[in-house]
Ligand binder design. Structure first.
Ligand code: MV4
Length: 469
């Protein structure tokens, strides 16, 4: 598309000094909206970009926006976006010095991060050792606990013996939840409400963990009913400087897929925020964490419990960009490529209220018309354009609509206005459902837990079943 800035572009001026960009070119090992977002940050830093694409994505926006593009295989991601050696080869052939994994795909794959490093490239993320530690939910819990973060009562190690599991569960108290040590994001969890179910659930959870993650280890935690999901956005420079860019509330989820995110959280007070942040900063500093990361908590009343760390940038990062004014992808790239993180952790200030609605495709197809929302405090991040294809092979997210306003009431009004401007023809989307959520009485009240969507959709469709998405 537009002609590119040269490597020595004066647009990159950390601290006001005119400096060369930290690297000349980055390979973006991803697709869709997040690939577009990363290319935009690179362009503003004066860093060149190389896109990779599967044959299903040959006309995608990220391919058009990048300086170079390399086809890496057929549509299934197992033969394209997930083939580690091909991505490293593409980086070599495109003359890249660094690889940005984006979100999903290989973004939290320690083996990939190690391969990238061993082949002499920079991985834009934390060290493979840190990814590995945080990817093991048992070790992550132990680490969080050491820094004074509250964790749910649970087993300190993985359990496989049913008798030991029963001992553990009795100590913890029912209901309990069995989670895969290598899991996360809701995959492979089992709730157990009484002693009688424990043995069988343990066996099933172990087999599922083995087949999903090639790691059958599971652990047991006290199960919290209908909590809220709250997370802190972190950026860190790998040398102990750790900035907290406020929290996000991601309680509105459908089958562990987030639908609406907001910041600040209606359920977090100043004291909770201070305690969460204090523990998180200690933990990330000690880990020498580098780049963008998120620490997730379950919240019930004024109690919060560490859940896990996502060692990557997240889909909902623009919510925190709005409230903090920090360009998270820019700071992540600077921190990971030997440039300086511009954000001063002591100078972060957050303000106003931000909301994000994820726009998902409910069917693949070709977009025949697109009207994107605009106006004050309105951001539309998408890979869609009129005429583009939405392939059936990948994540259903096609756009993120994000708004910022002085308070929650104005943010809700702004989101409803922006959703009313959004028009996507040629594919089915969840836009209308997002409008119903934003205007729902319980959502507007701000007092709900993770079962919100279930209750909401039952009310939308009384006596029926929630429509498959
Ligand atoms: C829990 C929980 C209740 N108690 N752990 C889901 C995602 C994964 N990261 C962990 N999850 C949960 N862990 C304990 N001890 C409830 C959930 C959970 C959930 C969490 C956040 C958002 C939506 C959720 C939906 C169902 C269950």
């Amino acid at each position: 598309m537009a002609k590119k800035l040269s490597a020595g572009s004066p647009s990159y001026r950390p601290g006001g000094r005119e400096t060369k960009p930290p690297v000349r070119r980055i390979l973006i090992a991803n697709r869709g909206e997040i690939a577009v977002r990363i290319i935009r940050a690179c362009r503003e830093l004066g860093i060149g970009t190389a896109a990779v694409y599967s044959t299903a994505d040959r006309d995608s926006l990220h391919v058009k926006l990048a300086d170079r593009a390399i086809c890496i295989g057929p549509p299934p991601s197992s033969q394209s976006y997930l083939v580690k050696s091909n991505l490293v080869m593409a980086a070599f052939h495109a003359g890249c010095e660094a690889i940005h994994p984006g979100v999903g795909f290989l973004s939290e794959n320690a083996e990939f991060a190690r391969l990238v490093r061993d082949r002499g490239f920079i991985f834009i993320g934390p060290d493979p050792e840190v990814i590995e530690l945080l990817g093991d939910k048992v070790r992550a819990r132990e680490t969080a606990g050491r820094f004074g973060l509250p964790v749910t009562p649970g087993t300190e190690e993985a359990v496989s013996d049913p008798a030991l599991a029963l001992d553990g569960a009795r100590r913890i108290g029912f209901p309990v939840i069995i989670k895969a040590a290598a899991g996360g994001g809701g995959r492979g969890m089992r709730i157990v409400r009484g002693e009688a179910e424990l043995g069988e659930s343990l066996a099933i959870a172990g087999r599922e963990a083995e087949s999903n993650f090639a790691d059958g280890r599971v652990f047991i935690e006290r199960y919290l009913e209908n909590p809220r999901h709250v997370e802190l956005q972190i950026i860190a420079d790998g040398e102990g400087r750790v900035a907290v860019l406020g929290e996000r509330d991601c309680t509105v989820q459908r089958n562990h897929q987030k639908l609406v995110e907001e910041s600040p959280s209606p359920a977090v007070n100043g004291e909770m925020r201070r305690l969460m942040s204090e523990g998180a900063v200690k933990m990330f500093r000690e880990l020498k964490y580098r780049g963008a990361g998120t620490i997730e908590f379950l919240v019930q009343g004024d109690k919060f419990y560490f859940m896990e760390v996502n060692a990557r940038v997240q889909v909902e990062h623009p919510v925190s960009e709005f409230t903090s004014g920090v360009d998270i992808i820019r700071q992540q790239i600077l921190a990971c490529t030997g440039g300086r993180m511009e954000t001063d952790p002591g100078a972060v200030r957050t303000g106003g209220w931000a909301l994000e609605c994820r726009i998902n495709a409910l069917s693949p197809g070709r977009v025949t018309r697109l009207d994107a929302p605009g106006g004050p405090g309105t951001r539309f991040d998408s890979f869609l354009y009129t005429g583009c294809a939405v392939p059936p092979y990948y994540d259903s997210l096609v756009a993120k609509l994000v708004v910022h306003a002085p308070d929650r009431g104005q943010a809700l009004a702004r989101m409803d206005r922006a959703l009313s401007e959004l028009n996507i023809e040629g594919i089915k989307t969840n836009r209308d459902e997002q409008r119903r959520i934003i205007n729902d009485g319980i959502f507007r009240g701000g007092d709900f837990g993770t079962s919100f969507y279930e209750i909401f959709s039952a009310r939308q469709n009384p006596g029926g079943h929630a429509a498959a998405q």
